[in-house]
Write a protein that binds this ligand. Structure first.
Ligand code: ZN
Length: 94
């Protein structure tokens, strides 16, 4: 049985990954948030679970640009922490 896997482009390395392998970011109430359920509304921006890609996307302002907002250094730092937590959680098997 073949199922087409939706691909998502990482705004860090700009490569495409299967939907399940990326972290989705959305803007919620004007603030950047990680969409853990994949159900939040809004334009999604994706990163391939790499901290390097997060830093690159931040440095090039691709994340904020893709989300259509501007990030304060505080917001960027908070988001980075959440993202780091999110990608380390994923490695824990249930
Ligand atoms: Zn990437």
């Amino acid at each position: 049985m073949q199922k087409k896997i939706p691909m998502r482009r990482c705004v860090g390395c700009m490569a495409s990954f299967p939907k399940g392998e990326v972290v989705r970011f959305v803007v919620s109430d004007g603030k950047p948030a990680i969409d853990r359920t994949g159900k939040l509304n809004g334009r999604g921006v994706y990163l391939c679970r790499s901290l390097q890609c997060f830093d690159l996307a931040m440095k090039k302002k691709r994340l904020a640009h893709a989300l259509g907002i501007s990030l304060t250094p505080d917001e960027a730092a908070t988001l980075r922490e959440e993202y780091a937590k999110e990608i380390s959680n994923a490695e824990v098997t249930e």
